[in-house]
Design a binder for this molecule. Structure first.
Ligand SMILES: Cc1cc2nc3c(=O)[nH]c(=O)nc-3n(C[C@H](O)[C@H](O)[C@H](O)COP(=O)(O)OP(=O)(O)OC[C@H]3O[C@@H](n4cnc5c(N)ncnc54)[C@H](O)[C@@H]3O)c2cc1C
Length: 432
């Protein structure tokens, strides 16, 4: 990369960073994206691929709706087929109380312009004929969407590159450089680059990058295990989200599978995790069986990896470029068992690959979309809490607007950074 000066530098080439670059480039700004590993190497290539509006915290709905519109544009503009489809995601339930919650949520969501509806048990059967068991009904949103995450992020990065954005891989951003309130650029492992504004879309690493600015960003990470099957005649035409398993039809004819609405996800204890744990108590109490708490190597590895940012020892960067968290075999086995039980699959369901990713979670499971208070030229998009693939393009657009004009066209008052200072305990409000 030619080390020079840009209007905006973005740290992190996940779906949010690439989306921000896409928007800024269309507005005629000179943009560089710095990525410590490879495009989409962390969450953005590892997720389940749901572009879901339904069941969200109502405060996220405007963002989810906008994201869908942008996904349609992205899928039309990129050069490859990213497996984007927007004809509905279904969450069936056999629990009458949960169905009632879904019904109440759908009424409120309708006021925000979302056309989710509760469907009857007969409609569930007609929609997913292979589903075995007695279901009370389900929540269905006809324009919820999905795409292949690894293809999508890569294709968007290729698109912005072709339009003149510099996407610099294997380039650790070490420090954001400021002079008084102003941003002057970023010190990277390849040298200094000048930029008057910086967007931080660094996933689970955001708090480390912002540590010198002493902001309160209570970001924990959860390890989520997923798998995909070999292609087989699974009979699913749409993604489905059940309490114990999710399944999404893949472009290659297989399914991506993983834990359902009830989890479980892994919380690997680290010193940082312990420090932040009290703030996550309300979330834990809401779904006590949804999180498995593990004490293991992460306790030592996590602080060691995170300290790699602070030094100048480039040999330590390889440990943080593209982390490969271990998937939990027991979770995948449970998902496979749930699929066999619920869909009657036999030996034809064969696992082709398992993987895991770490998601950046806030206590209220809402994102942070804000400037740093002392440095308005630093924009932070963080804490996407497992929703950021679907919402990614809208979050990227909000980041771009904040960086360019200091304001956003979508509401963001609930996504402010200072909410963590104003209130110690915050709770998530989603229905799924
Ligand atoms: C297993 C799993 C399943 C999920 N399923 C879904 C789903 O179905 N639907 C949904 O909407 N969301 C889902 N999510 C969440 C979603 O994937 C994320 O919210 C979203 O991808 C976050 O995008 P991002 O661009 O903010 O972060 P990331 O994709 O994590 O990208 C951040 C990037 O920043 C880079 N970086 C960090 N620090 C630096 C630095 N100092 N210098 C340079 N680069 C740096 C990293 O290398 C990384 O590539 C899931 C996540 C996981 C892990």
């Amino acid at each position: 990369m030619v080390m020079s000066s840009y209007d905006v530098a973005i740290i992190g080439a996940g779906i949010v960073g690439c989306s921000a670059a896409w928007v800024l480039n269309r507005r005629g700004l000179r943009v560089a994206v710095l990525e410590k590993g490879r495009v989409g190497g962390e969450q953005s290539s590892r997720n389940a691929g749901f572009i879901r509006q339904q069941g969200r915290d109502l405060r996220e709905i405007p963002m989810a709706r906008r994201a869908l519109a942008l996904w349609r544009q992205i899928s039309a503009e990129v050069a490859t087929d990213i497996g984007f489809r927007d004809d509905g995601v279904l969450a069936p339930t056999s629990d009458a109380v949960q169905l009632e919650k879904m019904r109440r949520w759908a009424v409120l969501a309708a006021q925000a312009g979302l056309h989710s509806r509760v469907i009857s048990r007969e409609e569930v059967s007609a929609f997913v004929p292979r589903l075995i068991g007695d279901y009370e009904g389900g929540l269905f949103t006809a324009d919820d969407a999905w795409a292949e995450p690894d293809l999508a992020t890569e294709a968007l990065a290729d698109l912005v590159r072709a339009r003149g954005v510099v996407v610099h891989e294997r380039c650790v951003a070490k420090r954001i450089v400021t002079q008084g309130a102003h941003v002057s650029g970023i010190e990277t492992e390849a040298g200094f680059i000048g930029a008057g504004r910086v967007i931080v879309t660094a996933g689970v690493w955001a708090a480390d990058l912002l540590a010198p600015f002493r902001v309160s960003l209570p970001l924990n990470d959860l390890r989520v295990s997923l798998a995909c099957t070999e292609p087989f005649d699974h009979g699913l035409t749409h993604p489905i989200w059940l309490p114990d398993v999710l399944a999404r039809p893949r472009k290659d004819g297989g399914l991506t599978i993983g834990p359902g609405t009830d989890g479980p996800f892994d919380f690997d204890i680290s010193p940082r995790g312990i420090r932040l744990a009290p703030r996550f108590v309300p979330a834990l109490l809401k779904r006590p069986s949804g999180v498995r708490i593990n004490l293991g190597r992460h306790f030592i590895d996590d602080p060691r990896r995170r300290s790699a940012y602070r030094g100048d020892d480039a040999s330590r960067y390889d440990a943080i470029r593209v982390p490969e968290p271990e998937p939990t075999a027991a979770i995948i086995d449970r998902c496979v068992a749930a699929l066999r039980r619920r869909f009657g699959y036999g030996a034809e369901l064969r696992i082709a690959r398992r993987w895991a990713g770490r998601i950046d979670v806030t206590p209220d499971a809402l994102p942070v979309v804000d400037h740093l208070p002392q440095h308005p030229g630093i924009v932070l998009i963080s804490g996407l809490s497992g929703h950021g693939f679907g919402a990614g393009p809208a979050l990227g657009e909000m980041a771009a607007e904040l960086a360019e004009t200091g304001a956003c066209s979508l509401p963001r008052a609930d996504f402010s950074l200072d909410r963590f200072e104003k209130k110690y305990f915050l709770t998530a409000e989603s229905v799924l």
